[in-house]
Design a protein around this ligand. Structure first.
Ligand code: SF4
Length: 265
């Protein structure tokens, strides 16, 4: 019997955690140890900036005034917001910010919340947008093979009709990663039937592997370098997570805990 509740929905965050370190998955999603990942002040500030921008972007696409905070941070968010509005016109097509999708299939429970979904019109295509706010530009090579890209595109094909109103085929899906610090860099990742069938196999096998794990099968990662910024480092290695001056997006805690409320104990 699986240790996971029947109502557990896998997300890009939980699957990424398992791929990074099975023990990390267990600590977070089975043991329910919500570690204070924002104890590092630089990480806390980066997370707050990221969240504030995401909220401003959501309000922009909803046609609501963004309401910037004061101080230096507010000025920076305002600059980023201006970059957003210059690069993405909400007047063309249909924009849906903060859209959640769930796939409820016996072999695969999958969920994601998209920063924005764009429907250009009657072409039957759909664009998934993801805002990055880290200190480095989005990189195609890294994002092409990211768990986030796999989950986002696959789930859109499987469950996207609920928001598009029409069946979504792999060839009609693309993901755009964009960072307001680097407005001229837009990473566009297309999808294909071949990608879709590969993702289907990989995701179903990975989820089955996790479901089959007994408690002690969730072993720690061997390479201690992987642990350097992990919130459970003190527990596993007897050391505080390393502090950094700059963080990349996947280290920021903007959406990685979105799935925690889904868990039942
Ligand atoms: S500190 Fe290392 S071994 Fe422990 S959960 Fe994190 S990545 Fe895994």
């Amino acid at each position: 019997m699986s240790l996971l509740d029947d109502e557990f929905y896998f997300s890009q965050s939980s699957l990424h955690a398992y791929k990074t370190c099975p023990l990390k998955f267990r600590l977070r999603y089975i043991d329910g140890l919500y570690w204070p990942v924002e104890c590092d002040s630089a990480l806390k500030l980066s997370s707050e900036i990221g969240r504030t921008f995401h909220l401003a972007a959501q309000r922009y696409f909803l046609g609501i005034p963004p309401g910037f905070p004061g101080g230096e941070m507010g000025k920076m968010i305002q600059d980023w917001y201006n970059n957003l509005t210059s690069c993405f016109s909400r007047e063309i097509g249909t924009w849906m910010p903060e859209i959640s999708l769930k796939l409820n299939r016996s072999s695969l429970h999958l969920a994601a919340t998209y920063d924005a979904v764009y429907l250009p019109g009657d072409s039957g295509t759909v664009t998934i947008l993801d805002w990055k706010t880290g200190q480095v530009p989005p990189r195609w090579k890294t994002l092409r093979s990211a768990m986030q890209t796999m989950v986002y595109r696959y789930l859109m094909v499987e469950a996207g009709e609920a928001v598009t109103g029409y069946p979504v085929s792999p060839g009609g899906v693309e993901v755009i990663y964009w960072n307001p610090r680097f407005p001229d860099t837009r990473v566009v990742i297309k999808y294909s039937d071949e990608d879709y069938y590969q993702d289907k196999r990989v995701l179903e096998e990975l989820v089955q592997e996790i479901k089959n794990c007994k408690y002690n099968d969730f072993v720690s990662v061997e390479d201690p370098k992987v642990c350097s910024n992990c919130e459970y480092r003190m527990m596993c290695r007897g050391m505080e997570p390393e502090k950094k001056e700059e963080y990349e997006d996947d280290e920021l805690n903007i959406s990685s805990w979105d799935d925690v409320p889904e868990i039942s104990y």
